[in-house]
Design a protein around this ligand. Sequence first.
Ligand code: ADP
Ligand code: MG
Length: 618
Amino acid sequence: MITLLPDHVANQIAAGEVVQRPASAVKELMENAIDAGASDIKLIIKDSGKTLIQVIDNGSGMNEVDARMCFERHATSKISKADDLFALTTKGFRGEALASIAAIAQVELKTKREDAELGIQLTIEGSEFKAQEVCTCANGTSFSIKNLFFNVPARRNFLKSDRAEYKYILDEFIRIALAHPSIAFSLINNEKEQYRMPKETLRQRLVSLYGKKYNPRLVPVEENTDIVNISGFVCKPEFAKKSRGEQFFFVNDRFIKSSYMNHAVLNAMEGLLQGDHHPSFFLFLEIDPAKIDVNIHPTKTEIKFEDERSVYAILRSALKRSLGQYNIAPSLDFSLNPDYQVPITSKSRTIKTPTIEVDPSFNPFEQEKEIGNSTLSGRFSPPSKPFRSNNPAEKGEHWEALFEEIQDDMNTAIPEYQKEITSLENEVKIEGTRFAFQLQQRFILTQLKSGLLIIDQQRAHTRVLYEQYFKSLVNSSPLSQQLLFPQEIHLSPGNMELFKEIIEDVESLGFDISIPAEQCLMINGVPFETKSGEVDKIIDSLLDSYKNECDAWKSDTHKYMARSLALSNSIKTGKALNTEEMNQLVDELFVCETPFVSIHNKPTAIILEMNELLKRFQ
Ligand code: ADP
Ligand code: MG
């Protein structure tokens, strides 16, 4: 009953893993050119790679036999035995890329070795050789991939918009160009030259790719140890971005993704970055190939370090030192636990003793006309923060309370704004009809007895969701909604292993998950307030958070999970809200246990007091 699959079928299946989109073909072809020793590589794209992807290099070229051989599966000149895997100096080694590409596209190869007089030209289509002839061509190799996925319509339809696919291609191009500043690269898209970069230094290459403004931002990083050599640049923290844009790790000149190493960078920069900002960095790690495993995933963007912890520590201290040398980090105290360095309140918090202000130009008659009844409010401005009772009889209590709270404050460093407003809950509730107004799709303005309450919608909603999710985790009573169309999510083997460690917790969050096959999750239900389009992102961020904070997570699973999910699902800045939604958010915020502090320890809301307003209006 069992038969061996014909090669072209096997290749097509393998292609599913290796070539997911035009950008994957770009990556494979460019890497082959680098492996062939090219010093000049040209990439030509048409219609985001759907019509044409061409890579022209001036590398070694191939002779006739190799030119045919290279399309065979497991055909490679780069390794010959398993041990070679641990002495890799090339990008490729699996001998799969060309076979896969040829199985799902029309490929034209022109290649010539320096010592040959004539080159050879080959056409192959859906794994079938169509033509072969000698030709005149330059030394080196040119691969043209036409009509990618021509025979796999499902794949072709699955591609995203031209713009999105081109973006993926650019990403690959930039990664490779960054990793190899000593190679000249050019990129021509739809007949327009987008980049032309000569052989240059890394700093020059960064400027070529990102513009002159980058030059002054770059802080060099350099550290050589027995375990790892680190070089590259990190951008000054003030240029950190809202989006996780330019973050590059290269291990032995191969671009890799590693949330663990990312964490090392963040850790080194802790206290220098604004809460939601991401630093830019371009870091090169050089490690003995025997100490890493690249062969974890067909796309090779994940690798395993033998001694991950040491690499982490070295990376972190190298960064700290660089930032310190360039006078960017305030402190270089390595012994200090960075967890304690979070600058919560130090600057903004001043504890005021109550003062009596005397205004020499004060005219009691005028004042009375304007403000009417209160005799106190004109002459003595009440303590500007944080208590606002109008009933003098209550004052005594409050002063005591203030004193207690200041004491408290000093001990636990709870931010001032939290105390300032916790007493306001009632004040808000007694407002009859409440108006709510959205400012710049970011703040919600609403009325209090004592003034104007301004709420940061994203922080507030994150706080609300966090507490709701946390509660449902603690009570293990998740609110779940079934998905109309169960969603399939593929995970890398490493991530799958990790995921299995947390699957029970994830389920208690409200996910309904089955595992129909290795490396595949089927999501049948999700926690409340989850948008179905976000599911894979959420799983990703849960995994990320688990990976990054594994130990802390284990001891405080509920907190970390609730956090991660709340961050993913919250209403973001920039979202327009209608009155009902705003009111709902305000209501939900006020039933929170800690309504006024965001999960990152920042204010979720502030108050503009009437007193303050009156003062401003003189
Ligand atoms: P791998 O890169 O894993 O060896 P590929 O399928 O990408 O597998 O390539 C197969 C072989 O074809 C390579 O090992 C190399 O010998 C040859 N080859 C591919 N591209 C080039 C090129 N641009 N110049 C010279 N030789 C090449
Ligand atoms: Mg290759």
